[in-house]
Write a protein that binds this ligand. Structure first.
Ligand SMILES: [Fe+2]
Length: 608
């Protein structure tokens, strides 16, 4: 069975499901180079079909994630174009009158200058606007069918949280076992959290849903309150939180605990805020920024842990999966993983809405199979997120032809793992270079997993400000993360349940040996690490490189951060990698077969 999955919204994405597994998935931003691209995912659809060399008519169906999608948000490209100031304007000119003054408010009127009727499908928006966007939800089915050449196959919308749950479960190691699957996010199809039981051979049961689990929404607007971009920079608040200590945290924490609490399986209000921004702004006035981040994070962790704990006890199922945007909070995921009630735990990479394009295909496959039987089977490595395109050797060589005669660069052909390990290893064992790796299939999702990554030796903390300032222009407080060889994970990470974390979804406490070996890839304030634990079958080429690095240095981990300039999507092609390489202080560009080094870098001043 072949199903195309589409999510058209914040970070539009397409995926291709073939016989039980996702074989290709990519977000539109990787082609348009606009972060969180929310336009119609035309290029990613083409990439999916090309990857399997199939025509739309060979598909059994198309799954469009989410029954509903906000029309005006799409029309004005809210998610790919809004600045922090735009989000504040939305609060002041739309939400404040609507929620606090209880007046009529019109988002279209506020952002009329942002309307883009030239986007695909260009002949649609005028008519849709004349009826204020009514019907857009359903119209998406026709728009997709037309794009695919008028296919006569089921083109079906799939409910938002059902897609989140299916993604979490079917892309976990538990897909043939019974599991309790939690979804929690900002909002989708009228809900913000669900609990589901997946059991082999049985229909999926949604055993709980709610509209009150407002953690994601509150976290989003606290991100804005702290001067960062909502829907995107929540991870920066999480990264800031460990710096908050003592009474500074207490004052802010008290504001949050006076709002939402967990009661059994549900969330209830002690005091319901009038809105998610101004209400908190008034009460948090005078609280220090790191205290707000820490208080918010502590409250988030406590609520999520209590919720999962109650549900595990209620249903008697200790195998737990989390999905949805709130599951991106790696620190909270680490706390849940540590709960004694939770026996086995998994969070699929990138639980936010782009993963709906993947989850929806599993749901449609269930429906087309009769809706009564859940999908079983699937390949052993069904969790892999190396689902994008890769550059062939021919493409690599063709690109390098233009570089070989440039006196500023040195091309090294047929590199070995040992050679790269020596370049990465900090002096005196090696040169301590920082390399951009653009090799193998591109990762799906927000986190680079080694194939589109900037890598370095994690032993030397001096590499952190160097990467931050010269390469990524990142925020000074944000930690990097390690890729840890499976054989070193017990030495470096406190992980008594041996939770698999191939996608950097869990924040682990580190051992003293781990902290000593990789201080540049841990959080400096609390020594935790959102590690990608690397298994050979997941990425043999990266594994070989880490093994050679471990043999050279005795350290079974490398520092990993996504290969992009700040505010831009992760690189896709070699040309994208080259663009970042030449605009930054990166020492080298590592491709599948070759390496390009700058003959002299500002950072290291070395000669090749
Ligand atoms: Fe969602």
């Amino acid at each position: 069975m072949k199903i195309l999955g589409i999510y058209w919204g914040m970070c539009s994405t397409s995926s291709l499901f073939v016989d039980g597994n996702i074989i290709h998935a990519v977000s539109e931003e990787r082609f348009t180079r606009r972060k969180n691209e929310d336009r119609f995912p035309a290029e990613s659809i083409k990439s999916c079909l090309l990857s399997a060399k199939i025509k739309p008519s060979s598909l059994n169906g198309v799954a469009i994630a989410s029954m509903r999608q906000p029309f005006f948000d799409t029309l004005i490209h809210k998610y790919s174009s809004f600045s922090i100031q735009d989000y504040i304007r939305e609060q002041k000119e739309y939400w404040y009158p609507k929620l606090i003054e209880k007046k009529e408010a019109n988002l279209y009127a506020v952002f009329a200058d942002r309307v883009d009727k030239a986007q695909y499908p260009t002949n649609y928006w005028d008519t849709a606007l004349s009826r204020s966007g009514t019907g857009f939800d359903i119209d998406r089915e026709g728009i997709v069918a037309d794009f695919l050449g008028g296919v006569e196959i089921p083109v079906q919308r799939i409910e938002h949280h059902r897609s989140h749950a299916a993604y979490g479960y079917y892309m976990s190691p538990f897909r043939n076992d019974t599991a309790l699957v939690f979804t929690i996010d900002g909002w989708g199809d009228g809900l913000n959290a669900t609990i589901n039981i997946f059991e082999p051979g049985k229909e999926v049961q949604r055993v709980f849903s709610t509209t009150t689990a407002n953690i994601g929404r509150i976290y989003r607007y606290m991100t804005l309150l702290l001067g960062m971009k909502p829907n995107e920079h929540e991870y920066k608040i999480m990264g800031l939180a460990p710096y908050g200590k003592g009474s500074i945290v207490e004052n802010a924490y008290r504001v949050f605990v006076e709002t939402l609490y967990v009661d059994g399986l549900d969330f209830k209000w002690k005091q319901q805020p009038t809105d998610s921004y101004f209400w908190f702004r008034d009460r948090l006035e005078g609280c220090r920024f790191d205290g707000i981040a820490a208080g918010l994070q502590q409250w988030t962790e406590e609520l999520l842990c209590q919720w999962v704990k109650n549900a595990v006890s209620h249903f008697g199922i200790g195998t737990v999966v989390l999905s949805g945007g709130v599951a991106m909070n790696v620190k909270a995921m680490g706390k849940i993983a540590s709960l004694p009630e939770v026996k086995r735990f998994f969070v699929a990479g990138t639980g936010s809405d782009e993963s709906l394009a993947l989850g929806a295909t599993f749901c449609l496959a269930e429906d087309l199979a009769g809706g009564k039987e859940k999908l079983t089977g699937g390949k052993e490595n069904s969790c892999s997120l190396y689902l994008g395109s890769w550059n062939t050797s021919e493409e690599e060589q063709a690109f390098l032809r233009g570089v070989r005669n440039d006196p500023a660069y040195e091309v090294v052909d047929k590199t070995t793992f040992e050679f790269i390990a020596e370049l990465l290893a900090a002096p005196p064992l090696g040169r301590g270079l920082v390399l951009g790796r653009c090799a193998g299939a591109m990762e799906f999702g927000q986190r680079a997993l080694g194939n589109r990554s900037i890598i370095a030796d994690p032993i030397n903390p001096a590499v952190v400000p160097r990467i931050n300032q010269m390469i990524k222009n990142r925020d000074f407080w944000m930690p990097f993360a390690p890729v840890v060889l499976d054989s070193y994970s017990e030495k470096y990470l406190i992980n008594p349940k041996r939770i698999t974390s191939p996608h950097m979804t869990v924040g682990f406490e580190t051992t003293s040996e781990g902290w000593k070996a990789m201080p540049a890839a841990c959080h400096p304030a609390d020594h935790t690490a959102r590690a990608q634990i690397l298994y050979h079958q997941d990425n043999p080429a990266l594994y070989g490189l880490l093994q050679a690095f471990a043999e050279k240095t005795g350290r079974g981990a490398i520092l990993n951060t996504s290969f992009n300039l700040h505010g831009y999507p992760i690189v896709n092609t070699i040309a994208d990698g080259w663009d970042v390489f030449t605009k930054s202080g990166l020492d080298g560009l590592l491709l599948a077969d070759s390496l390009v080094l700058k003959k002299r870098t500002q950072a290291s001043g070395f000669e090749v």
